[in-house]
Design a protein around this ligand. Structure first.
Ligand code: UT7
Length: 328
């Protein structure tokens, strides 16, 4: 597909409350040492009781509009990727669109868990191919701590909250970055490996206490294995499809779930360690928001210069996975 798909802006927002590993060690039988050595995570952000995923996404969206020099009324589409929406209906995209006063835009959510940013970019490219005049706000917003079971040490130490946003168009404005290619896939036969509960399969009558089916469940070791294999192979596929080698990549920005997974994928791809961007240490796994959070931070650190090619990859519940090439 040759459609032009330009990012005019890229922004993020994280809640202010920091939850350190030591804080978690007071809640469950864990330690800073275990979490650091097994995951690389030192701290994560947790949204306030008064906030929802859409509030984080809204704040990121305001910054994305501001950087693009656009008003909400100019948008044609608002799309949100999330696996922790405020509600099953309305969508996070509709809530954000309403708050922004975006008017009669097409608005809907994408459910691709941690691959949500990559799935969303691919979808935006298809929309722009069909409608080159489209002006899309794409938001990734997650409130994973709301579905964390704080009695389950195998999952609650891993996740954090956050949001990312970008504006995408195909017009002649000078872009921040251009989407070169995207591949998104899934293996639905493994859908039980990661579950974020709270959907209609959780069957409660009024007054019933919430059960464990309401929370995040993950078969960590299995997921780890698939994550390393699928992210490595889909990165190889996208490089090969574009006639590129790993040496043509200036920065590798993988989904920030676990430092060991990132290092394993980096080593399979034989990419120089100094080209691998990580910030999992500060945010934990923020699902769809993790790649935009990493991109924004890489930019702030001066690691994304114009002309650089970025390879992104992600993996998550579904199981979904993908790889994307961005040219800054
Ligand atoms: O974003 C989408 C996808 N998600 C992921 O990518 C996550 C993929 N999986 C992982 O990152 C890793 O599998 C985990 C970080 C979840 C777990 O690391 P692991 O090295 O695979 O540990 P494990 O599950 O094999 O558990 C090892 C031991 C167990 O104890 P025993 O059975 O050996 O006595 C666990 O009970 O560590 C224990 N354990 C903990 N100990 C202290 C598990 N969680 C904790 C904890 N603190 N928080």
């Amino acid at each position: 597909m040759n459609a032009r798909c330009n990012l005019l802006s890229l922004s993020s927002h994280v809640p202010s409350q920091v939850l350190t590993n030591d804080d978690l060690a007071k809640m469950v039988d864990t330690s800073d040492e275990w979490i650091t050595t097994r995951t690389g995570i030192k701290e994560r952000r947790r949204l306030a009781a008064t906030e929802n995923a859409s509030d984080l996404g809204y704040k990121a969206a305001l910054k994305a509009l501001d950087e693009a020099g656009m008003k909400a009324g100019e948008l044609t589409h608002v799309i949100a990727a999330t696996c922790t929406p405020d509600s099953l209906c309305p969508s996070v995209a509709c809530i954000i669109s309403g708050k922004l006063g975006a008017g009669a835009v097409m608005a809907f959510d994408v459910s691709a868990a941690c691959s949500g940013f990559l799935y969303g970019l691919s979808l935006c490219r298809s929309i722009l191919a069909q409608d080159p005049a489209a002006r899309i706000l794409f938001v990734c917003a997650e409130a994973l701590t709301r579905r964390s079971d704080w009695t389950d040490r195998t999952t609650c130490v891993l996740f954090g909250d956050g949001a990312g946003a970008c504006i995408l168009t195909a017009d002649d404005r000078p872009p921040l970055a251009t989407l070169e290619d995207a591949i998104c896939k899934s293996d639905g036969s493994l859908n039980q490996l990661i579950i974020v509960g709270g959907g209609t399969a959780s069957q409660y009558k009024q007054g019933d206490p919430v059960g464990s089916d309401f929370f995040i469940h993950m078969q960590g070791r299995e997921v780890y294995r698939h994550a390393v294999r699928q992210m490595s192979s889909i990165c190889e596929e996208i490089l090969e499809r574009n006639g590129l080698s790993i040496r043509d990549v200036d920065l590798f920005v993988p989904h920030q779930a676990n430092l060991r997974i990132i290092e394993a994928v980096g080593s399979r791809l034989e990419i120089d360690a100094d080209k691998v961007f990580t910030n999992v240490e500060h945010y934990g796994n923020t699902s769809s928001a993790s790649v935009p959070l990493a991109l924004v931070e890489a930019r702030a650190q001066g690691r994304l210069e114009p002309g650089m090619r970025v390879l992104m990859t992600a993996f998550g519940g579904g199981l979904t996975f993908g790889a994307t090439l961005l040219r800054f």
